[in-house]
Design a protein around this ligand. Structure first.
Ligand SMILES: Cc1ncc(COP(=O)(O)O)c(C=O)c1O
Length: 383
């Protein structure tokens, strides 16, 4: 049987990983500045994470959500403390798309309304509503197309205000990434996030903070949206939550009430996923990773700004992007194939850095030095 060919693949097989390094089948070492797409939060194969999953696996791997699973409450308590949202409620699922799908559905149940405001260059996942709220027609199947999503320009306060004035009583939710990831590392502005909060309050709509990529401590705050010092009604999470073990979830404000059967999943909140997620939070606390991410991010960003050739260095914490001008086209490929460094990208010309929050200063320097060398190589070859 063939694999369904949907991923443009690099011709590399990774079969070992530790911290911020991975090794291919020939034993070649790579520096991981991509974190397997923002997933590796505490570092590959962190010993505490491995141990906690192993210990759980030997006890029991799975039993359904029809019985009490104490690890879920343990995770909820820990998440409440570390995120500061102690009075929120937790619903667990398996991925980022599923988290947003449930968030949007819940907002609609809660308000009894159908319309959702999303923004240009947004990415919220590939399930039906999540993909409908994603600004990329190429991945929206005809069956996912709906008139219920209203796309507005990102960070445009006047457009948002006008839309609420015209349709406010129909708006179930506004969904927004704190920093757009797939859209190219573009932060939502503080006034824009504050305006979303106040319009949602005024019109009884639900503010959904998609924190799947920008959340979980990556920016130095638990949720990137928290920079605006207003609370969202629902925060969606995934990626860094399990450090590679699939888990997603939503944090739900106390005023949104649950009802039996309203949401549900077979695998969401399973014991192995909870053990992995608890290990992540324990390591984040123990190793002070949120403040490390902030410091390391500032260092990287300042150093990157001084490198000639790349443009528009931006981001927060360890969610950083920069533009690669036409004369350095091929930089990402060169970094991977010749210098053994994984980075992320955003179309058309952005390099995205989403490393583990435990990236060391030495590894940051290794990246910076190699980046300079790679840039010089392209420039020299062009002469
Ligand atoms: C902001 C954002 N939301 C949602 C998703 C979807 O997450 P998943 O691929 O786990 O379904 C992603 C994935 O890249 C994302 O970046």
């Amino acid at each position: 049987m063939k694999l369904f060919d949907v991923y443009p693949l690099n011709n590399i097989t990774i079969n070992r990983a530790q911290g911020s390094y991975v090794w291919d089948s020939n034993g070649v070492q790579y520096l991981d500045m991509y974190g397997g797409h923002a997933v590796i939060s505490i570092g590959h194969t962190h010993p505490h994470w491995v141990k906690r999953i192993q210990v759980q696996l030997e006890k029991i791997a799975f039993y359904s959500n029809s019985i009490i699973i104490p690890l879920q409450q343990e995770l909820a308590d820990k998440l409440g403390l570390i995120s500061g949202k102690t009075d929120y409620q937790l619903f667990l699922c398996n991925s980022g798309a599923e988290a947003n799908e449930n968030a949007l559905k819940l907002a609609s149940f809660h308000t009894g309304r159908k319309k959702v405001i999303a923004f240009t260059k947004s990415f919220h996942g590939r399930t039906s509503l999540a993909v409908a709220a994603t600004d990329n027609p190429a991945i929206v199947a005809p069956v996912n197309q709906t008139d219920n999503i209203i796309f507005l320009p990102f960070n445009d306060e006047a457009a948002l205000d006008a839309c609420f004035k015209a349709h406010g009583s129909e708006i179930a939710a506004v969904i927004i990434e704190g920093i757009q990831g797939v859209g190219g590392i573009v932060p939502a502005t503080i006034p824009f996030l504050k305006l979303i909060r106040s319009l949602c309050d005024q019109y009884g709509s639900v503010y959904i903070a998609d924190s799947v990529q920008c959340g979980y401590g990556r920016t130095g705050q638990f949720f990137a949206h928290d920079i605006a010092e207003v609370n969202a009604d629902i925060y969606s999470m995934a990626k860094g939550m399990g450090n590679g073990f699939p888990i997603g979830g939503i944090l739900i404000a106390p005023h949104i009430q649950s009802k039996h059967g309203m949401l549900g999943t077979t695998f969401g909140g399973n014991r192995l996923a909870c053990a992995a997620a608890l290990a992540v939070l324990e390591v984040m606390e123990e190793e002070n990773l949120m403040s490390m991410a902030k410091q390391r991010g500032m260092y990287l960003m300042n150093q990157l700004k001084a490198i000639e050739g790349i443009e528009n260095v931006r981001g927060r914490g360890l969610m950083i992007g920069f533009d690669v001008p036409e004369n350095l086209k091929g930089l990402k490929k060169l970094l991977l194939e010749q210098y053994n460094i994984f980075t992320g990208e955003a179309k058309p010309n952005v390099i995205r850095l989403l490393p583990s929050l435990a990236l060391s200063r030495k590894q940051a320097d290794e990246f910076l030095e190699t980046l300079k060398e790679a840039i010089l190589e392209i420039q020299t070859n062009a002469e």
